[in-house]
Design a binder for this molecule. Sequence first.
Ligand SMILES: [Zn+2]
Length: 273
Amino acid sequence: MNQMEARYPKHLQEDWDKNGLIVGDPDQEVSKILLAVDPVDATVRQAIEGNYDMMITHHPLFLRGANFVSRLDYKGRIVHDLIKNDVALLNAHTNADSATRGVAWALAKACGIDGEPFDVIDEDAAGNPRGLGRIGKLANPVTLDEFADVVAAALPTGPHGIFVGTPVGEDLSMQVETVALSGGSGDSFLDRARELGADVYVTADLRHHPASEHLERGKPALISGSHWATEWLWLPHLEEDLSAAAEQAGVDLEIDISRTVTEPWVDHRSTLG
Ligand SMILES: [Zn+2]
């Protein structure tokens, strides 16, 4: 818990967010941890069946509070299953989005940029600025078509894939050099990405009207991936950091990453009617 708090301090979280130990005893010893984006039935099953002591997820289990945690509700069932099987659950959400080597940082790396935050919240102990989004320049400009291939190749396999939107008057051959991004649902940064002069903005969950109206006004082009995939990219870095910390502390810790796709979609087809 201390390792997580040091990397993803609570003060980085958004006002509405919830982060920390959701289920478990802070004194419990853990030797096997499963990392996942979502605390849902499929990943909880995986943790129980794999004999993990702890799950660390990106998303919280409860964001709006709860009056009941009985087995009548699926979230109550998750709490029961975790406690009965001695699996602790801890999460780091928007505090991990903003952090150094966090979610936005991981997505930037996958897109081929050393991004700087464009919405700086503060700096870490080493003086690195932290924030929810990142912006940076590619080493060499490419076409949007080529850039979309880079993003698609970097994201984990899932049925959703990515969608590409071009500004009015442009097509996939447009040049892309400045890349802005924010993992998960990032439509609140559409205007910011434009103000900053980005050629393309990478995020997830873009809805029809915000995306369409944005593209009518011009650049940046849009790439919308799956919420799960854009945030999953953080997990290998989290694994690396926690493993290094455990090794330094001389603690035996096994850490695995769940590749279970927890986006709501199970299939994608192009419509033909
Ligand atoms: Zn998210």
